[in-house]
Design a protein around this ligand. Structure first.
Ligand code: SF4
Length: 404
């Protein structure tokens, strides 16, 4: 696991390297379960959007420099969406150039891009690699045709395999594959078949997500009209356990509740979130957390672009397109620290660091909670750190709400 960044404070201002999340809100087709901030009818705006996103990067970079009296470097960038791989390389290049100028990349910068398997070819992957992208995250979701059809994904598994092979061929060997369990109609054996199919590709990293049926999605309507059955939580728990066993047998480290990696291939960008570090959210609908402020950027891409054309940036980390922001209270900061760091199954929460940061031990901040959860077998302490127990991994929300 990478070492925690050494803290660098200039005149009381945090000048540590930042993580940058860059949101690309375009998709070819909306998948049946998706409630992300993405649009299928705005693809003609991609280039203009890239210009606006670059302008936002420059605005926030200027504000960061004014605050720290020097440029703040960036050590991880993450293009998420939506479908970032729908962007032309020239547009991605524009955005990346802006990030590099505003937040100079560290020598070991990790630049991840989410990719939908059916949207790329070898020439495209070669182009994005030349721009600096050095990690890919493929939305594979399933190896089973009927499951991909129900999810309304636009690719088949053979296309995903071909995309992974192309990535390797062009030197993008550091990649993650996403799979979804808890899919209506999925069985333990079809889940095992998907897991085995992706393991055959020897991915350095795997993210496994349990499907949640979100309000307003086609899938929720199908649930209401009886086309699909409600998720079975017992089956979901069995699928999660099966994954844990199989991935451990294949040498993967289960380092976060939903994430597994070959040693040394943990996602450094997401580690920033889970270590409760500072990150900038840039692009329509992105969320960020820096300088004691939590904020959300306006969701609608057209409004986002108008705001950046017309408005002035606020103080760091706020751009002209920020729709909501608030100063993080002490209670919120404590809750964030516990909930994010407990997600890290190998690192856990450093109890002495918590007490030093908040001037109060965890037990005093949340009287009786740790003892109760330990008695129920959901938390355990080891060498001054607090961890979820394996029984709590699938039930983690029942632990987290006690620290909310
Ligand atoms: S590709 Fe991803 S972001 Fe786009 S509609 Fe499907 S699930 Fe949503």
């Amino acid at each position: 696991m990478p070492e925690l960044a050494t803290s660098c404070i200039i005149k009381g201002v945090n000048a540590d390297p930042l993580s940058l999340y860059l949101h690309i809100p375009f998709c070819q087709h909306r998948c049946a379960y998706c409630d992300f901030n993405t649009y299928t009818s705005l693809n003609n705006l991609r280039s203009t959007y890239a210009q606006a996103l670059s302008a936002e990067v420059r605005q926030v970079g200027k504000a960061a420099q004014a605050q720290a009296e020097e440029q703040r470097p960036s050590h991880t960038l993450f293009f998420g969406g939506g479908t970032p791989s729908l962007m032309e390389p020239a547009d991605l290049g524009l955005i990346l150039t802006a990030t590099r100028a505003a937040f100079p990349w560290t020598a070991d910068v990790e630049i991840t891009m989410e990719v939908n398997p059916g949207t790329v070819d070898q020439a495209y992957l070669t182009a994005v690699r030349r721009l600096g992208v050095n990690r890919l995250s493929f939305g594979v979701q399933s190896a089973i045709a009927t499951e991909l059809a129900l999810l309304e994904r636009t690719h088949d598994f053979a296309t995903a395999v071909a995309a992974v092979q192309m990535a390797r061929a062009v030197g993008l060997a550091n990649f993650s594959l996403d799979l979804i369990y808890g899919v209506p109609g999925q069985t333990l054996s079809s889940w095992q078949a998907s897991l085995r199919a992706v393991l055959a590709l020897e991915p350095p990293h795997l993210s496994l997500y349990c499907l949640t049926i979100e309000p307003g999605t086609p899938m929720q309507r199908w649930l209401e009209n009886g086309r699909i059955s409600p998720p079975d939580p017992d089956l979901g728990a069995d699928q999660y356990e099966l994954a844990r066993t199989l991935l451990a047998q294949h040498g993967y480290l289960h380092y976060e509740i939903s994430n597994w990696a070959q040693p040394g291939h943990e996602c450094r960008h997401n580690l920033t979130y889970w270590r409760d570090g500072e990150y900038l959210g840039l692009g329509a609908g992105a969320h960020g957390h820096a300088a004691g402020t939590r904020y959300a950027v306006v969701r609608q891409p057209r409004v986002y672009m108008q705001r950046l054309q017309a408005g002035e940036a606020g103080p760091f980390p706020l751009s002209a397109a920020v729709a909501q922001h608030h100063t993080i209270s002490r209670a919120e900061a404590m809750s964030d620290a516990v909930i994010t760091q407990l997600r890290l199954l190998q690192e856990g929460l450093d109890l002495a660091a918590f007490a030093a940061r908040f001037g109060q031990p965890l037990d005093e901040a949340y009287p009786g909670q740790v003892a109760q959860l330990a008695e129920w077998g959901l938390l355990e302490q080891c060498n001054g750190r607090l961890f979820l127990t394996p029984q709590a991994y699938f039930l983690s929300n029942q632990v987290f709400y006690r620290f909310a």
